[in-house]
Design a protein around this ligand. Structure first.
Ligand code: IMP
Ligand code: MG
Length: 177
């Protein structure tokens, strides 16, 4: 199946069932690593909202939510400049915090967010990402929980956008080259 967004064609790539499977594996890994603890799931807006909502409901026990808004991307190429716009007032001091990202590409966005949140002195600060473009990762801390490792394709759907569109697609689509 194909979709057209801003005059570009995208083709179906990762099915909702594959995504759901990856999400439940991440949830299990997180609960296994922190069996009894209260977990603060921190949603990196806006691309992670869909993944975050699904992951949240797969983790049993005590879970709090927080939100942080950051951006580094314009169109299909990263600007390399990470801006943090806002974050919820939740204190992470002494808590287990899992940052929830839609995709780690160069890794700059998540690194900038990690650096800011670590100033709160959480007991643990981990990163869960649905998608990981390992080839384009520039180094630093690798994500702790990875749903699906992908090749260097530009993708939309399941929260991910191409200039704000495509987030509402249920599956993940890749740009047709
Ligand atoms: P990084 O800082 O290069 O790791 O970029 C991460 C951010 O860029 C993600 O949180 C996404 O918002 C965006 N991004 C990276 N790759 C894609 C993509 O293939 N499709 C849509 N957004 C992307
Ligand atoms: Mg994002």
């Amino acid at each position: 199946m194909q979709v057209t967004i801003h005059n570009s064609t995208f083709e179906s790539w990762l099915l909702p069932s594959e995504i759901a499977e990856a999400v439940s594996i991440i949830a299990e890994q997180i609960r296994k690593d922190f069996p009894k603890e209260r977990i603060v799931l921190m949603c990196v807006m806006k691309g992670s909202v869909v993944f975050f909502a699904d992951l949240l409901r797969q983790i049993p026990g005590e879970v709090e939510m927080g939100f942080i808004s950051a951006s580094s991307y314009r169109g299909t190429a990263s600007t390399g400049i990470v801006q943090i716009h806002s974050r919820s007032e939740i204190s992470l001091k002494g808590k287990v915090c899992i940052l929830v990202e839609d995709i780690v590409d160069t890794g700059q966005t998540i690194q900038a967010i990690r650096d800011v949140l670590s100033l709160d002195q959480p007991k643990a600060l981990k990163v869960a990402t649905l998608l990981y473009k390992k080839e384009t990762f520039l180094g630093g801390d690798e994500p702790d929980y990875v749903g699906i490792e992908i090749t260097n394709e530009f993708v939309v759907g399941y929260g991910l956008d191409f200039d704000e569109l495509g987030r509402n697609l249920e599956g993940i689509y890749k740009l047709k080259g």
